[in-house]
Design a protein around this ligand. Structure first.
Ligand code: RNT
Ligand code: ZN
Length: 421
Protein backbone atom coordinates (compact mmCIF):
# COMPACT_ATOMS: atom_id res chain seq x y z
CA UNK A 1 0.00 0.00 0.00
CA UNK A 2 1.26 3.40 -0.99
CA UNK A 3 1.13 5.92 1.84
CA UNK A 4 -0.94 9.06 1.53
CA UNK A 5 2.18 11.16 1.89
CA UNK A 6 3.95 9.53 -1.03
CA UNK A 7 0.79 9.66 -3.16
CA UNK A 8 0.61 13.37 -2.55
CA UNK A 9 4.28 13.85 -3.24
CA UNK A 10 4.03 11.98 -6.53
CA UNK A 11 0.95 13.95 -7.46
CA UNK A 12 2.63 17.27 -6.74
CA UNK A 13 5.52 16.34 -9.02
CA UNK A 14 3.16 15.15 -11.74
CA UNK A 15 1.11 18.31 -11.47
CA UNK A 16 4.24 20.36 -12.02
CA UNK A 17 5.26 18.32 -15.02
CA UNK A 18 1.86 18.63 -16.65
CA UNK A 19 1.74 22.34 -15.86
CA UNK A 20 4.91 22.76 -17.92
CA UNK A 21 2.85 21.47 -20.87
CA UNK A 22 0.06 23.88 -20.03
CA UNK A 23 -2.16 21.15 -18.57
CA UNK A 24 -4.11 21.63 -15.32
CA UNK A 25 -4.30 18.26 -13.56
CA UNK A 26 -6.82 19.45 -10.95
CA UNK A 27 -9.17 20.60 -13.70
CA UNK A 28 -8.75 17.27 -15.51
CA UNK A 29 -9.72 15.34 -12.36
CA UNK A 30 -12.70 17.62 -11.83
CA UNK A 31 -13.94 16.93 -15.35
CA UNK A 32 -13.36 13.20 -14.98
CA UNK A 33 -15.47 13.20 -11.86
CA UNK A 34 -18.42 14.47 -13.88
CA UNK A 35 -18.33 11.58 -16.37
CA UNK A 36 -20.77 8.75 -15.77
CA UNK A 37 -20.03 5.46 -17.50
CA UNK A 38 -23.04 3.24 -18.11
CA UNK A 39 -22.02 -0.13 -16.68
CA UNK A 40 -23.72 -3.10 -18.31
CA UNK A 41 -25.69 -5.31 -15.89
CA UNK A 42 -25.11 -8.34 -18.11
CA UNK A 43 -21.43 -8.74 -17.14
CA UNK A 44 -22.65 -9.96 -13.78
CA UNK A 45 -24.44 -13.09 -14.98
CA UNK A 46 -23.23 -13.85 -18.51
CA UNK A 47 -26.30 -12.24 -20.14
CA UNK A 48 -28.60 -14.79 -18.51
CA UNK A 49 -31.26 -12.56 -16.99
CA UNK A 50 -34.06 -13.63 -14.66
CA UNK A 51 -36.92 -14.26 -17.04
CA UNK A 52 -36.32 -17.99 -17.31
CA UNK A 53 -33.49 -20.47 -17.12
CA UNK A 54 -33.31 -20.91 -20.88
CA UNK A 55 -29.83 -20.03 -22.09
CA UNK A 56 -28.46 -17.15 -24.11
CA UNK A 57 -29.22 -17.25 -27.84
CA UNK A 58 -29.30 -14.75 -30.68
CA UNK A 59 -25.84 -14.59 -32.15
CA UNK A 60 -23.98 -13.62 -28.99
CA UNK A 61 -22.19 -15.89 -26.56
CA UNK A 62 -20.49 -15.70 -23.18
CA UNK A 63 -17.70 -18.23 -22.84
CA UNK A 64 -16.10 -19.55 -19.65
CA UNK A 65 -17.33 -21.20 -16.48
CA UNK A 66 -15.72 -19.23 -13.69
CA UNK A 67 -17.80 -19.86 -10.57
CA UNK A 68 -19.94 -17.24 -8.89
CA UNK A 69 -22.21 -15.61 -11.44
CA UNK A 70 -25.19 -13.76 -9.98
CA UNK A 71 -28.24 -16.06 -9.93
CA UNK A 72 -30.89 -13.50 -9.08
CA UNK A 73 -31.47 -9.77 -8.93
CA UNK A 74 -30.41 -9.51 -5.28
CA UNK A 75 -27.05 -11.06 -6.04
CA UNK A 76 -26.60 -8.98 -9.16
CA UNK A 77 -27.29 -5.78 -7.24
CA UNK A 78 -24.87 -6.78 -4.50
CA UNK A 79 -22.16 -7.62 -7.04
CA UNK A 80 -22.68 -4.39 -8.95
CA UNK A 81 -22.48 -2.42 -5.72
CA UNK A 82 -19.24 -4.15 -4.84
CA UNK A 83 -17.83 -3.29 -8.25
CA UNK A 84 -18.98 0.32 -8.02
CA UNK A 85 -17.35 0.71 -4.62
CA UNK A 86 -14.00 -0.01 -6.29
CA UNK A 87 -14.41 2.38 -9.22
CA UNK A 88 -13.83 6.12 -8.80
CA UNK A 89 -16.78 8.40 -9.60
CA UNK A 90 -20.53 7.95 -9.90
CA UNK A 91 -21.74 5.69 -12.68
CA UNK A 92 -24.89 4.51 -14.40
CA UNK A 93 -26.27 0.98 -14.67
CA UNK A 94 -27.71 -0.43 -17.86
CA UNK A 95 -30.46 -3.04 -17.55
CA UNK A 96 -31.93 -5.41 -20.11
CA UNK A 97 -35.60 -6.42 -20.21
CA UNK A 98 -34.76 -9.99 -19.16
CA UNK A 99 -33.54 -8.66 -15.80
CA UNK A 100 -37.13 -8.07 -14.72
CA UNK A 101 -38.42 -9.22 -11.35
CA UNK A 102 -41.70 -10.97 -12.08
CA UNK A 103 -42.32 -12.49 -8.67
CA UNK A 104 -42.65 -15.98 -10.11
CA UNK A 105 -45.35 -15.09 -12.66
CA UNK A 106 -44.56 -15.50 -16.33
CA UNK A 107 -44.53 -12.15 -18.07
CA UNK A 108 -44.62 -12.01 -21.86
CA UNK A 109 -42.01 -9.73 -23.39
CA UNK A 110 -44.75 -7.56 -24.87
CA UNK A 111 -46.19 -7.08 -21.39
CA UNK A 112 -43.12 -5.95 -19.49
CA UNK A 113 -43.87 -2.80 -17.54
CA UNK A 114 -42.23 -0.38 -15.11
CA UNK A 115 -43.61 -2.38 -12.16
CA UNK A 116 -41.27 -5.25 -13.10
CA UNK A 117 -38.37 -2.89 -12.56
CA UNK A 118 -39.68 -1.25 -9.44
CA UNK A 119 -37.05 -2.78 -7.22
CA UNK A 120 -34.30 -1.85 -9.61
CA UNK A 121 -35.55 1.72 -9.62
CA UNK A 122 -35.81 1.84 -5.82
CA UNK A 123 -32.32 0.41 -5.50
CA UNK A 124 -30.95 2.94 -7.97
CA UNK A 125 -32.73 5.87 -6.31
CA UNK A 126 -31.42 4.91 -2.87
CA UNK A 127 -27.88 4.88 -4.20
CA UNK A 128 -28.23 7.76 -6.66
CA UNK A 129 -27.43 5.49 -9.59
CA UNK A 130 -29.06 6.44 -12.91
CA UNK A 131 -30.40 3.66 -15.09
CA UNK A 132 -30.33 2.92 -18.81
CA UNK A 133 -32.38 0.26 -20.53
CA UNK A 134 -32.43 -2.30 -23.36
CA UNK A 135 -35.30 -4.30 -24.83
CA UNK A 136 -34.28 -7.95 -25.15
CA UNK A 137 -34.88 -9.27 -28.67
CA UNK A 138 -32.97 -12.52 -28.09
CA UNK A 139 -33.02 -15.64 -25.89
CA UNK A 140 -36.68 -16.29 -26.68
CA UNK A 141 -38.75 -18.85 -28.65
CA UNK A 142 -40.09 -16.07 -30.87
CA UNK A 143 -36.55 -15.10 -31.91
CA UNK A 144 -35.38 -18.69 -32.34
CA UNK A 145 -35.46 -18.64 -36.15
CA UNK A 146 -33.21 -15.60 -36.24
CA UNK A 147 -35.74 -12.85 -36.92
CA UNK A 148 -37.64 -10.42 -34.69
CA UNK A 149 -38.52 -6.91 -35.89
CA UNK A 150 -37.78 -7.90 -39.48
CA UNK A 151 -39.82 -11.12 -39.32
CA UNK A 152 -42.05 -11.89 -42.30
CA UNK A 153 -44.73 -13.29 -39.98
CA UNK A 154 -46.89 -10.30 -38.98
CA UNK A 155 -47.82 -11.81 -35.61
CA UNK A 156 -44.21 -12.36 -34.55
CA UNK A 157 -43.21 -8.98 -35.86
CA UNK A 158 -46.08 -7.36 -33.95
CA UNK A 159 -45.03 -9.13 -30.75
CA UNK A 160 -41.57 -7.62 -30.98
CA UNK A 161 -42.88 -4.17 -31.90
CA UNK A 162 -44.97 -4.31 -28.74
CA UNK A 163 -41.91 -5.33 -26.76
CA UNK A 164 -40.01 -2.34 -28.11
CA UNK A 165 -42.81 0.04 -27.15
CA UNK A 166 -43.20 -1.53 -23.70
CA UNK A 167 -39.48 -1.06 -23.09
CA UNK A 168 -39.49 2.58 -24.14
CA UNK A 169 -42.20 3.14 -21.55
CA UNK A 170 -40.01 1.50 -18.94
CA UNK A 171 -37.19 3.81 -20.02
CA UNK A 172 -39.56 6.75 -19.65
CA UNK A 173 -40.51 5.67 -16.12
CA UNK A 174 -36.84 5.37 -15.20
CA UNK A 175 -36.08 8.78 -16.68
CA UNK A 176 -38.95 10.44 -14.83
CA UNK A 177 -37.84 8.96 -11.57
CA UNK A 178 -34.14 9.74 -11.87
CA UNK A 179 -34.24 13.18 -13.43
CA UNK A 180 -31.89 12.36 -16.31
CA UNK A 181 -32.96 10.63 -19.51
CA UNK A 182 -32.71 6.87 -19.67
CA UNK A 183 -31.04 5.75 -22.90
CA UNK A 184 -33.01 2.81 -24.30
CA UNK A 185 -30.95 0.91 -26.84
CA UNK A 186 -32.46 -1.31 -29.53
CA UNK A 187 -30.31 -4.15 -30.76
CA UNK A 188 -31.84 -7.06 -32.65
CA UNK A 189 -30.07 -10.23 -33.77
CA UNK A 190 -31.88 -10.54 -37.13
CA UNK A 191 -29.82 -12.01 -39.91
CA UNK A 192 -28.90 -15.06 -41.97
CA UNK A 193 -26.22 -17.68 -41.70
CA UNK A 194 -25.71 -18.16 -45.40
CA UNK A 195 -25.76 -16.45 -48.76
CA UNK A 196 -28.79 -14.20 -48.74
CA UNK A 197 -30.65 -13.34 -51.91
CA UNK A 198 -33.25 -10.83 -50.82
CA UNK A 199 -31.27 -8.41 -48.71
CA UNK A 200 -33.73 -5.57 -49.15
CA UNK A 201 -36.99 -7.19 -48.00
CA UNK A 202 -36.10 -7.66 -44.32
CA UNK A 203 -34.64 -4.15 -44.19
CA UNK A 204 -37.87 -2.65 -45.43
CA UNK A 205 -39.76 -4.62 -42.81
CA UNK A 206 -37.31 -3.50 -40.11
CA UNK A 207 -37.76 0.12 -41.07
CA UNK A 208 -41.52 -0.22 -40.79
CA UNK A 209 -41.21 -1.96 -37.41
CA UNK A 210 -38.88 0.70 -36.02
CA UNK A 211 -41.30 3.40 -37.14
CA UNK A 212 -43.99 1.60 -35.16
CA UNK A 213 -41.77 1.10 -32.11
CA UNK A 214 -40.91 4.80 -32.08
CA UNK A 215 -44.40 6.04 -32.97
CA UNK A 216 -45.57 6.70 -29.39
CA UNK A 217 -44.11 10.10 -28.53
CA UNK A 218 -42.00 10.07 -25.38
CA UNK A 219 -40.37 13.19 -24.04
CA UNK A 220 -36.59 13.01 -24.64
CA UNK A 221 -36.26 14.55 -21.20
CA UNK A 222 -37.10 11.07 -19.91
CA UNK A 223 -36.16 8.61 -22.61
CA UNK A 224 -33.70 8.67 -25.50
CA UNK A 225 -33.92 6.01 -28.22
CA UNK A 226 -30.78 4.46 -29.64
CA UNK A 227 -30.29 1.93 -32.45
CA UNK A 228 -27.31 -0.45 -32.60
CA UNK A 229 -25.88 -1.87 -35.80
CA UNK A 230 -23.81 -4.97 -36.32
CA UNK A 231 -21.77 -6.61 -39.05
CA UNK A 232 -22.25 -10.28 -38.23
CA UNK A 233 -23.09 -12.67 -35.41
CA UNK A 234 -22.90 -16.36 -34.67
CA UNK A 235 -25.44 -17.81 -37.07
CA UNK A 236 -25.81 -14.52 -38.93
CA UNK A 237 -22.42 -14.51 -40.61
CA UNK A 238 -23.62 -13.67 -44.10
CA UNK A 239 -26.27 -11.05 -43.51
CA UNK A 240 -27.36 -8.78 -40.69
CA UNK A 241 -30.51 -6.80 -41.36
CA UNK A 242 -29.54 -3.91 -39.06
CA UNK A 243 -26.21 -3.08 -40.66
CA UNK A 244 -24.22 0.10 -40.03
CA UNK A 245 -25.47 1.87 -43.13
CA UNK A 246 -29.04 0.89 -42.30
CA UNK A 247 -28.97 2.39 -38.82
CA UNK A 248 -26.82 5.37 -39.73
CA UNK A 249 -29.48 6.24 -42.27
CA UNK A 250 -32.29 5.50 -39.85
CA UNK A 251 -30.78 7.54 -37.03
CA UNK A 252 -30.11 10.55 -39.25
CA UNK A 253 -33.54 10.45 -40.87
CA UNK A 254 -35.39 9.99 -37.57
CA UNK A 255 -33.17 11.90 -35.13
CA UNK A 256 -32.34 8.83 -33.06
CA UNK A 257 -29.11 8.05 -31.26
CA UNK A 258 -26.75 5.79 -33.17
CA UNK A 259 -25.03 3.13 -31.09
CA UNK A 260 -21.47 2.33 -32.08
CA UNK A 261 -20.31 -0.98 -30.61
CA UNK A 262 -16.54 -1.46 -30.86
CA UNK A 263 -16.99 -5.14 -31.77
CA UNK A 264 -19.52 -4.63 -34.55
CA UNK A 265 -17.30 -3.79 -37.48
CA UNK A 266 -14.63 -5.52 -39.53
CA UNK A 267 -11.89 -6.80 -37.20
CA UNK A 268 -9.43 -4.08 -38.15
CA UNK A 269 -12.04 -1.31 -38.18
CA UNK A 270 -12.30 0.80 -35.03
CA UNK A 271 -15.09 3.07 -33.85
CA UNK A 272 -12.98 6.06 -32.72
CA UNK A 273 -13.00 7.66 -36.14
CA UNK A 274 -16.76 7.20 -36.47
CA UNK A 275 -17.53 9.53 -33.57
CA UNK A 276 -16.78 12.87 -35.22
CA UNK A 277 -18.36 11.77 -38.50
CA UNK A 278 -21.59 10.68 -36.82
CA UNK A 279 -21.78 13.84 -34.76
CA UNK A 280 -21.69 16.05 -37.83
CA UNK A 281 -25.14 14.64 -38.61
CA UNK A 282 -26.52 13.46 -35.26
CA UNK A 283 -27.18 15.23 -31.98
CA UNK A 284 -26.07 12.39 -29.74
CA UNK A 285 -24.68 8.88 -29.93
CA UNK A 286 -24.27 5.92 -27.59
CA UNK A 287 -21.08 3.91 -27.44
CA UNK A 288 -20.84 0.25 -26.58
CA UNK A 289 -17.24 0.10 -25.56
CA UNK A 290 -16.11 -3.46 -25.98
CA UNK A 291 -13.02 -5.43 -27.04
CA UNK A 292 -13.23 -7.92 -29.83
CA UNK A 293 -10.42 -10.44 -30.12
CA UNK A 294 -10.47 -11.70 -33.72
CA UNK A 295 -14.25 -11.49 -33.68
CA UNK A 296 -17.01 -9.76 -31.69
CA UNK A 297 -15.92 -11.65 -28.60
CA UNK A 298 -16.83 -9.02 -25.99
CA UNK A 299 -13.61 -9.36 -23.99
CA UNK A 300 -13.16 -7.09 -20.99
CA UNK A 301 -12.09 -3.61 -22.04
CA UNK A 302 -8.44 -2.79 -21.35
CA UNK A 303 -6.32 0.32 -21.77
CA UNK A 304 -5.18 -0.33 -25.33
CA UNK A 305 -4.74 2.00 -28.29
CA UNK A 306 -8.34 1.52 -29.46
CA UNK A 307 -9.73 2.56 -26.11
CA UNK A 308 -7.38 5.53 -25.90
CA UNK A 309 -8.43 6.68 -29.36
CA UNK A 310 -12.11 6.53 -28.39
CA UNK A 311 -11.50 8.64 -25.29
CA UNK A 312 -9.35 11.10 -27.22
CA UNK A 313 -12.06 11.62 -29.80
CA UNK A 314 -14.67 12.30 -27.12
CA UNK A 315 -12.48 14.80 -25.28
CA UNK A 316 -10.83 16.49 -28.26
CA UNK A 317 -14.19 17.01 -29.91
CA UNK A 318 -15.69 18.35 -26.68
CA UNK A 319 -18.41 15.72 -27.06
CA UNK A 320 -18.93 14.77 -23.42
CA UNK A 321 -22.52 15.99 -23.44
CA UNK A 322 -23.32 14.30 -26.77
CA UNK A 323 -21.68 10.89 -26.34
CA UNK A 324 -23.19 8.42 -23.88
CA UNK A 325 -20.46 6.02 -22.85
CA UNK A 326 -21.81 2.51 -22.31
CA UNK A 327 -19.82 -0.65 -21.78
CA UNK A 328 -20.58 -3.93 -23.49
CA UNK A 329 -18.48 -6.91 -22.50
CA UNK A 330 -19.30 -10.18 -20.82
CA UNK A 331 -16.50 -12.49 -19.85
CA UNK A 332 -17.49 -15.64 -17.95
CA UNK A 333 -13.95 -16.98 -17.65
CA UNK A 334 -12.80 -14.68 -14.84
CA UNK A 335 -14.27 -13.22 -11.68
CA UNK A 336 -17.19 -11.15 -12.93
CA UNK A 337 -16.89 -8.35 -10.37
CA UNK A 338 -13.22 -8.02 -11.28
CA UNK A 339 -14.22 -7.90 -14.95
CA UNK A 340 -16.53 -4.94 -14.30
CA UNK A 341 -13.89 -3.12 -12.25
CA UNK A 342 -11.09 -3.76 -14.74
CA UNK A 343 -13.12 -2.62 -17.72
CA UNK A 344 -14.65 0.45 -16.11
CA UNK A 345 -11.40 1.59 -14.56
CA UNK A 346 -9.71 1.16 -17.94
CA UNK A 347 -12.36 3.37 -19.57
CA UNK A 348 -11.80 6.02 -16.91
CA UNK A 349 -8.02 5.85 -17.26
CA UNK A 350 -8.37 6.37 -21.01
CA UNK A 351 -10.55 9.41 -20.37
CA UNK A 352 -8.08 10.78 -17.83
CA UNK A 353 -5.24 10.36 -20.32
CA UNK A 354 -7.26 12.26 -22.89
CA UNK A 355 -8.15 14.98 -20.39
CA UNK A 356 -4.46 15.41 -19.61
CA UNK A 357 -3.51 15.91 -23.23
CA UNK A 358 -2.09 19.32 -24.20
CA UNK A 359 -4.56 19.39 -27.07
CA UNK A 360 -4.24 23.07 -27.87
CA UNK A 361 -0.49 22.70 -28.36
CA UNK A 362 -0.98 19.74 -30.68
CA UNK A 363 -3.69 21.41 -32.69
CA UNK A 364 -1.50 24.50 -32.89
CA UNK A 365 1.28 22.50 -34.52
CA UNK A 366 -1.21 20.82 -36.81
CA UNK A 367 -2.90 23.97 -38.04
CA UNK A 368 0.49 25.60 -38.57
CA UNK A 369 1.38 22.68 -40.83
CA UNK A 370 4.17 21.66 -38.46
CA UNK A 371 3.59 17.93 -38.65
CA UNK A 372 7.10 17.26 -37.37
CA UNK A 373 6.25 18.83 -34.03
CA UNK A 374 2.83 17.19 -33.95
CA UNK A 375 4.34 13.72 -34.20
CA UNK A 376 7.27 14.44 -31.88
CA UNK A 377 5.01 15.95 -29.18
CA UNK A 378 2.48 13.11 -29.42
CA UNK A 379 5.32 10.70 -28.69
CA UNK A 380 6.72 12.76 -25.81
CA UNK A 381 3.43 13.07 -23.95
CA UNK A 382 3.01 9.30 -23.87
CA UNK A 383 5.42 9.03 -20.95
CA UNK A 384 4.05 11.82 -18.77
CA UNK A 385 3.23 10.60 -15.23
CA UNK A 386 -0.47 9.83 -15.66
CA UNK A 387 -0.20 7.04 -13.05
CA UNK A 388 0.47 9.52 -10.26
CA UNK A 389 -2.63 11.51 -11.22
CA UNK A 390 -4.78 8.38 -11.50
CA UNK A 391 -3.67 7.08 -8.09
CA UNK A 392 -4.30 10.44 -6.48
CA UNK A 393 -7.72 10.62 -8.13
CA UNK A 394 -8.66 7.16 -6.81
CA UNK A 395 -7.53 8.15 -3.35
CA UNK A 396 -9.52 11.39 -3.48
CA UNK A 397 -12.59 9.47 -4.63
CA UNK A 398 -12.24 7.08 -1.72
CA UNK A 399 -11.59 3.92 -3.76
CA UNK A 400 -8.57 1.62 -3.55
CA UNK A 401 -5.35 2.82 -5.15
CA UNK A 402 -3.57 0.54 -7.62
CA UNK A 403 -4.17 -3.20 -7.36
CA UNK A 404 -5.58 -2.92 -3.84
CA UNK A 405 -9.10 -3.22 -5.27
CA UNK A 406 -8.30 -6.78 -6.24
CA UNK A 407 -7.92 -7.76 -2.58
CA UNK A 408 -11.44 -6.49 -1.99
CA UNK A 409 -12.76 -8.61 -4.86
CA UNK A 410 -10.93 -11.70 -3.57
CA UNK A 411 -12.36 -11.09 -0.14
CA UNK A 412 -15.86 -10.75 -1.60
CA UNK A 413 -15.30 -13.90 -3.62
CA UNK A 414 -14.42 -15.81 -0.47
CA UNK A 415 -17.44 -14.51 1.43
CA UNK A 416 -20.05 -14.44 -1.31
CA UNK A 417 -19.54 -15.38 -4.93
CA UNK A 418 -17.56 -18.59 -4.42
CA UNK A 419 -20.41 -20.01 -2.33
CA UNK A 420 -22.84 -19.88 -5.24
CA UNK A 421 -23.41 -23.08 -7.15
C1 RNT B 1 -24.86 -7.75 -29.37
C2 RNT B 1 -24.90 -6.32 -28.99
C3 RNT B 1 -25.73 -5.99 -27.79
C4 RNT B 1 -25.56 -6.96 -26.65
C5 RNT B 1 -26.25 -6.54 -25.38
C6 RNT B 1 -26.37 -7.64 -24.40
O1 RNT B 1 -23.94 -8.04 -30.34
O2 RNT B 1 -23.60 -5.84 -28.81
O3 RNT B 1 -25.46 -4.70 -27.38
O4 RNT B 1 -24.22 -7.20 -26.37
O5 RNT B 1 -27.46 -5.96 -25.67
ZN1 ZN C 1 -23.45 -3.82 -28.02
Amino acid sequence: MTSTASLEKSYALAKEQYAAWGVDTDAAMERLKGIAISMQCWQGDDVGGFESTAGLSGGIMATGNYPGRARNAEELRADAEKAMSLIPGKHRFSLHAIYLEHGGKKVERNEVAPEHFQRWMDWAAERDIKLDFNPTFFSHPKSADGFTLSHRDPAIRRYWVEHGIACRKIGEAMGRRQGTPCVTNVWIPDGMKDVTVDRLGPREILKRSLDEVFAPQIDPKYNLDAVESKLFGIGSESYVVGSHEFYMGYAVANRKLLTLDAGHFHPTETIADKISSSLVFLDEILLHVSRGVRWDSDHVVILNDDLRAIAEEIIRGNFLNRVHIGLDFFDASINRVAAWVTGTRAMLKALLLALLEPTAKLVGAETAGDFTSRLALLEEIKTLPVGAVWDYYCQKCGVPVGPAWLDAVKQYEKQATSKRS
